[in-house]
Design a binder for this molecule. Sequence first.
Ligand code: NDP
Ligand code: 2IT
Length: 448
Amino acid sequence: MAFKTEYLKEVMETVIKRNPAQPEFHQAVREVLESLEPVIIKNPKLQENGIIESLVEPERVITFRVPWVDDNGKVQINRGFRVQFNSAIGPYKGGLRFHPSVYEGIIKFLGFEQIFKNSLTGLPIGGGKGGSDFDPKGKSDREVMAFCQSFMTELSKHIGADTDVPAGDIGVGAREIGYMYGQYKRLRNEFTGVLTGKGLTYGGSLARTEATGYGLCYFTDAMLKDNGKSFEGATVVISGSGNVAIYATEKATQLGAKVVAMSDSNGYIYDPEGIDLAAVKQIKEVERKRIKEYLNYRPNATYTEGCSGIWSIKCDIALPCATQNEINEESAKKLVANGCYAVAEGANMPSTPEAIDVYQSNGLLFGPAKAANAGGVATSALEMSQNSMRYSWTFEEVDAKLKNIMVNIFNNTRDAAAEYGMPGNYAAGANIAGFLKVASSMMAYGVV
Ligand code: NDP
Ligand code: 2IT
């Protein structure tokens, strides 16, 4: 889709010129700007006040060296990042990703999307993201600890409970958060809610572990019901087998669906009887092994090398929960050909623009990441509230708040799409609804 206004065309050209060789960041910006076009045409003050130019430029990008010593006594050097993208509606908030593919363009795409997602939650959190090209896979606990301590030694200078509150993402779970929180506490001599996703014994929130996957299903459930469908009796394919995928599988199953496939970056398992989630949790959460091991628990299941084949499995609902651009045009066409009627994104930007075109031109219900996976960060914000109160809610209390937030996100997304003449286009609705609150705050501040 081309821009109609010269203004947005120029903003996009500047983004590409100013951020060369960062295709994921360009992709995320283009997707948002395209759907904001009707809002910008309707509100000329946005252009007069340079709101869009400000929005696409991070407030701060921090890059740093992370030295650590491996188990052979060898010095290793990684690169660390924190992109503090937008603090208009609250302290920067967003996860840390540890994966060898991490570079500035990935962190910027994630940080940019986080602005809108966090706004959609209705809670006071700005957008940020960070991480490193460190690969936790195959490392000993001591190596992971050494890396995390070194990473936090630098990061601690830039974050704070009222400034910037990181959390987990790919490759960063409870173990890594524990090592980083311990180091922060030691360096700063303060016990504050500076990270979320903490362990339950030291300030973590009940239901944060489950929140992204559960929230994805609460959002999807609201979207399905609004369109006369439901999870009950549906066949579901879920990619990934990490935090988001595991708890999406758990909740989809509780809501009456049958999840038949999961994956990791090596391949996918297909279990037509329905995934044995206890086995997946044992393999992934306890043993940190490959999804292939599933065949030891369920010999009748099949394992296939390669990730993209998972989208050729017949399903009613697809929940991509692994990584960016994991569904391309060809995979989207396979989903359509097999009768899939809904896609909701647990991962960030898992569908390419061409895949989204395929969903939309074939009438699939499409729940975009910024809305559908906002339950994780929303519950992180609930963790921040509990830390500030020095009090904890029960699992049931947090889960009820999460559900309420996800239903509100769906309603606001649907209503914004309809208001701007694109009924059913939840991707545009999410971008618009998230944008309006941030833009209004930025306008109130004047030029800052
Ligand atoms: P985990 O590290 O727990 O799991 C990631 C899963 O995705 C693993 O199964 C991993 O396989 C797979 N994966 C990662 N990279 C690739 C790749 N390049 N190709 C194929 N598969 C890959 O991360 P999460 O579950 O936390 O995150 C999954 C997605 O959800 C990410 O896009 C993340 O940004 C998003 N997300 C996470 C939230 C959270 O609260 N954790 C909140 C909102 C969104 P392998 O083990 O082989 O690497
Ligand atoms: O992409 C995301 O929203 C996350 N990884 C969760 C961020 C958070 O601060 O909980």
